[in-house]
Structure formats: structure tokens, C-alpha cells
Design a protein around this ligand. Sequence first.
Ligand code: UDP
Length: 323
Amino acid sequence: MVTGGAGYIGAHACKALRKAGFVPVTYDNLVTGWQDAVKFGPFEKGDLLDRTRLDEVFAKYEPVAVMHFAALSQVGESMSQPGRYWRNNVGGSLNLIEAAVDAACMNFVFSSTCATYGDQDNVVLDENSDQYPINAYGASKRAIEDILRDFEAAHGLRHVIYRYFNVAGADPEGEVGEFHQPETHLIPLMLDAIDGKRDALTIFGTDYDTPDGTCIRDYVHVCDLVDAHVLGLKWLQDGKGSRVFNLGTGCGFSVREVIDQSRAVTNRAVPINEGARRAGDATKLVSGSSRAKAELGWKPDRSNLNTMIADAWRWHQTGHFDK
Ligand code: UDP
């Protein structure tokens, strides 16, 4: 059962699951997702806050595992609308986790985030790093991690938690890609600016304590990211214990470096404005861990900036979804 299977990462996960021989059942309320993106298995419309509907879908399919992608995920919005983030992300996940346990579906793969670490300058962010989120999005995800630990202790719910760094790129075969409305993420916004769909990209803050003054992030290709999820599902099915994994490459790129690389990939100018900092943004988020490679055998071989932007650009020019 794939919550958020109609969204960007969830749709790529459904494709990878299908390829690996699973039947991905998408559970999605279509608030931010797209029915068109559900191409690789059955679709069940539903909200995480609707416990009756969740119970129905668990009873209908008796899934072997839950992959829980559905969430509100915008840092900026989480600062202005924290109630929505706590209610949807934490309240919704609690419903889902309780429904899974009641249905005896005891394998749970959860999408967490590097935003749970907060702003820790000059600290290597590995899975044992302290978690001090500085925005409501990160705080809501950390709370769900805590819920999972409590449900394992009480009910034996085994889980893999992935703390994503910045997810980018698109399916190289063009079946699915990143499509948010409204868009808030750096790379698709930049591609919009490059091909004239918006006037310019605004850089959020040029006075950070980094070499070029802009924020640094660790970008990981969505196809590599979802491959790790399939490995995590097999990990649980093999009876291995609950585990947390960072999913990043260990390479940080500043906003200006991403802009330069996009100029090189597309061979076009990138119109930019320099703007104020965005509330809730950490200066630098880079994974310092190779646990996923060592323990899961994860090979993130598309996660170089050039390939991520080239795949995103190809999708950007041809792909879109409808409700
Ligand atoms: N960013 C930016 N302009 C934009 C959108 C994002 O400068 O229009 C910056 C943002 O401040 C952050 C980085 O790009 O440093 C990645 O932001 P995004 O929203 O893509 O992902 P997040 O890090 O919030 O998950």
C-alpha cells in the first residue's frame, strides 16, 4: 500500500515496485497528487484522516507492507500554516499506523527528511545526529519517527525510516516526473524560468555563511531514492530489524551551483533575482553517511547533478499530469 502514490516520489516508487514484482496499491486524496500519475497498480482515493476508508482498503488488499509517502512537504508553507502540517502529517500518519497494526500489516517504510536535523553548522549529519528541526515540516516528520518507535515497542511494527535529502530528477523513460501545482522547489522553478513559464527564479538568501552566500543542499535522484525503498521493503521481508537510513550522496551544492549546472545542461540563460531568506531554511544539509550503501547495497548511480537536471529538463519539456 503506497500512500501518496499519485505524488512525485510515490509515483516513481510505484513504478519501481511494479518492476520488482509487487502490486503497488495507491492510497491518495489527490489534494497535491494526480490521478494520471497512478499507472502501475490500483488506485484507491482516500484521506489519511479517514480511518474508515483506511480500514476498507487494508481489508480489500491485505497488503504485505505500507510505504508512506503522503504528506504536506513544503518548508515555507509549514512555517505559515503549522496546524495543517501537524494535523495532516502527524494526525494522518497516526491513523495510518494504527490501521496498519489493526490489519496485522507489520512492515512499514516511512519517508522522513533531513529537515529533522535542523541547522547544524559543520556537523556531519549521520543517522545518529541529534534532531533539532527548525521548521514545522521537519518537526512533524520527527514526531512520526517517534510514533513508529513506540508502535514497534508496543505492537512489533517493524519499520525502515528514510531521511531524504533533496530529491530531484525524473523517470528517464518519461512515464512520471515532478509536477507540483503550485511549484515551490528549486530545480523545477528554475526550469520554468529557463523556458519562460515564469519571469525569473528568486534566490532565497545570498547572505548565508557559505562560500557563495547561498544555501547548500545534497541532491539525490528520485529513481535512486525509490530503489532504496524497494531494498528497504526486502530488508523488512527478510526479517531484518527496524532501521534509519539517510538518503543523500554526501555532496553538497549551493543554489548558485545548481543554477550554473542548469545553464550548462540546457544551454540557456537562467533569469534570476536575488531575494530575502525563506523562513525555516537551514544553511547547509548534506548527508554524512554511507549506511544505506553499506547495509542495503544501495547504488545511487543517477545522483549526479548533471543527470538529475538533464532528466528533469526532459520531463519538464514533455510531461505533465491532470487530476
Ligand atoms: N530555493 C530558492 N528559490 C526558490 C526555491 C528554493 O533559492 O524559488 C532554495 C531554498 O532556499 C533551498 C534550496 O533552494 O535552499 C532547495 O529548496 P527546495 O524548496 O527545492 O527544497 P527544500 O530544501 O526546502 O526541501
